[in-house]
Ligand binder design. Structure first.
Ligand code: NAD
Ligand code: UDP
Ligand code: UDP
Length: 313
């Protein structure tokens, strides 16, 4: 199949592109390199069934494909808040262009949505029928509302134009190929621990997240895209084992044998207190659940960061 991966040079996109190339699909990896890195897909450039294209999804793009994975969008709060207007444009105009492309070609299209559509949730664990609690004017809104509007567009193109859609709500995912300066919690803590710097906990560290290792997530995304039943979702994909941020810090310090100390910083505005997916729908529809538990995944991620040249210096 001919597959387009937008955001293909980013963290998730590069893992997905690798799997699709190995599965012998023709892969076009489209990225404007805002938070992505050419190095993430360097090893794929020699494959005849892989192509890297610099393009911004907020502009139209014409190509003939069978599948579109729409991942283009900065995902770390630090990066998506750096240029919030561009973040919303990427989610909204990007979705319109990619849906227009899907409509014209008849391609099936998957949206990398997010647990952020639930905001700071009153329902715990979060189920797909929960509508969420998002502050529409806060500093996270450019991302949260952009992703919510993208979901709306996906379902309207589905109803109005019969576009075959798949909406995956991805919960915190981590692993090799995150950028050392990505700013999300797992990469921050590992980089800090390896460099012997203070581990920066925002707030008191009692807020929770549920962390999914990237290989598990990629299995879920491909399984959902190729599900025979025409099921649009939304479907939660994530690891339901919940940890506090303090527990994460302690685990990273123990696994890296670091001498780093924990320091407490101000909690950013609208930072959700708890997050844990209910994955019964994914289990039932896709027969999918994560296999890699946190320590195992952290060990692989620590190994990756400790070998990274960009960390020394
Ligand atoms: P990432 O920042 O590593 O990857 C995003 C990629 O999109 C980057 O390569 C970036 O350069 C590219 N990009 C950004 N704006 C673009 C634009 N206008 N045009 C073309 N390319 C653009 O982040 P990630 O963790 O790999 O996330 C990938 C997708 O999955 C995002 O849509 C994100 O919202 C979603 N997601 C990720 C997580 C997670 O925990 N990793 C959780 C929920 C949702
Ligand atoms: N589009 C695109 N590639 C295509 C087809 C469409 O980028 O192969 C863009 C197109 O520029 C348009 C958007 O997708 O702005 C939405 O397309 P649609 O056909 O839904 O809307 P229309 O063209 O009628 O505005
Ligand atoms: N966080 C932290 N220290 C850091 C980075 C993040 O304590 O150096 C916290 C952040 O405030 C949030 C959680 O870790 O409560 C997860 O943050 P991340 O940016 O990874 O993702 P989010 O789920 O908030 O989008």
């Amino acid at each position: 199949m001919h597959v387009l991966v937008t955001g293909g040079s980013g963290f998730l996109g590069s893992h997905l592109s690798k799997r699709l190339v190995e599965d012998t699909h023709d892969v076009i990896c489209l990225d404007n390199f805002y938070t992505g890195d050419r190095k993430n897909v360097e090893h794929l450039l020699s494959f005849p069934n892989f192509e890297s294209v610099r393009h911004d999804v907020t502009f139209p793009y014409y190509v003939e494909v069978d599948r579109i994975y729409n991942l283009a969008c900065p995902a770390s709060p630090v990066h998506y808040q750096a240029n919030p207007v561009q973040t919303t444009k990427t989610s909204v105009h990007g979705a319109i262009n990619m849906l227009g492309l899907a409509k014209r070609t008849g391609a099936r299209i998957l949206q990398a949505s997010t647990s952020e559509v639930y905001g700071d949730p009153e329902v715990h664990p979060q189920t797909e029928d929960y509508w969420g609690r998002v502050n529409p004017i806060g500093i996270r809104a450019c991302y949260d509302e952009g992703k919510r509007c993208a979901e709306t567009l996906f379902f309207d193109y589905h109803r109005q134009n019969n576009v075959e859609i798949r909406v995956a709500r991805i919960f915190n995912t981590y692993g090799p190929k995150m950028q050392p300066n990505d700013g999300r919690v797992v990469s921050n803590f590992i980089v800090q621990a390896l460099k012997g710097q203070d581990i920066t906990i925002y707030g008191d560290g009692n807020q929770t997240r549920s962390f999914c290792f990237v290989d598990d997530l990629i299995d879920g995304l491909i399984g959902f895209m190729e599900l025979e039943e025409n099921f649009p979702g939304p479907i939660n994909l994530g690891n339901p084992t919940e940890f506090t941020i303090l527990e994460l810090a302690e685990t990273v310090i123990r696994l890296t044998k670091s001498k780093s100390k924990v320091v407490f910083k101000v909690l950013p505005q609208d930072d959700p207190m708890q997050r844990k997916p209910n994955i019964e729908l994914a289990q039932r529809k896709l027969g999918w659940e994560p296999k890699i538990q946190l320590e195992q995944g952290l060990i692989k991620t620590i190994k990756y960061f400790s070998k990274l040249d960009r960390l020394s210096g």
